[in-house]
Design a protein around this ligand. Sequence first.
Ligand code: ATR
Length: 270
Amino acid sequence: MKVFGVIGNPVEHSLSPAMHNAAFRELEMDCVYHPFRVAPEYLGNAINGANALGFGGLNVTVPHKEQTLHFVKPDELALQIGAVNTIDFKNGIRGYNTDGLGAEKALTEKGIRIKGANISLVGAGGAAKAIAYHFSNLGANIDIFNRTLRRAEELARVVNGHAHGLDILGKSLENCDILINTTTVGMYPNLSESVVTREQLHSDLVVFDIVYNPLETKLLQEARAVGAKTIDGVGMLVHQGAEAFRIWTGRDPPVETMRKAVLEELSCRC
Ligand code: ATR
């Protein structure tokens, strides 16, 4: 039996075990996926230990995505982003970041085109970086809005985008095609928060919130109310996992089985 897992701290609430174990069952693979809580001072030991024990692969989650770079050979995108969410052990200890590809697939599976789109990206943390690099490589025009302007400026510089404070986000949406929220604004327990007001949204927008707790954030509720197209955070979660699965196993991931497992797990927790 091959062992896979996710390392984080805390990690007990990760949806990845349910998602990957469902995929292994569907494809009748003799594999198991387990969450491992790893304290920061043991991160290197955990990664090298998993390699020594013959693990099939690891996902990496908060707070280890950046520090993992010191213990793996990252590919170019993970190095650019400065964060790793997937480790593969087949050819040495290699690090990847599938978050951007996950976001791309969450949009393209709904028929949304990224190349040439005007994107307003809210946030400048790890998730925003992964999306900004990947979408900029795909040919999107990216405006970054962040509470801390300096972080938006740093990210905008490297993806050839423009940086703004959060205060002007609402007024800037007129020419925007896709609004993406990567911040925790609107995430449980802050259910009444949103990065824009309802009046600032319009029906030609695609509004993508990477939050999946709740599935429909206040931002998405209001976007739906004005007739905008809405995309919740489950697609990105599932597709970043599916791409990790592909790296580890070389097989086409059973995306719909993985999505069903995530939705079931989320509904149990409500
Ligand atoms: P992640 O890796 O999940 O993206 P992160 O690196 O901690 O998490 O980034 C969180 C993002 O959410 C940041 O852009 C943060 O803004 P700052 O750079 O100003 O800290 C943003 N964020 C978090 N809470 C926020 C709030 N209440 N209002 C506005 N932005 C917020």
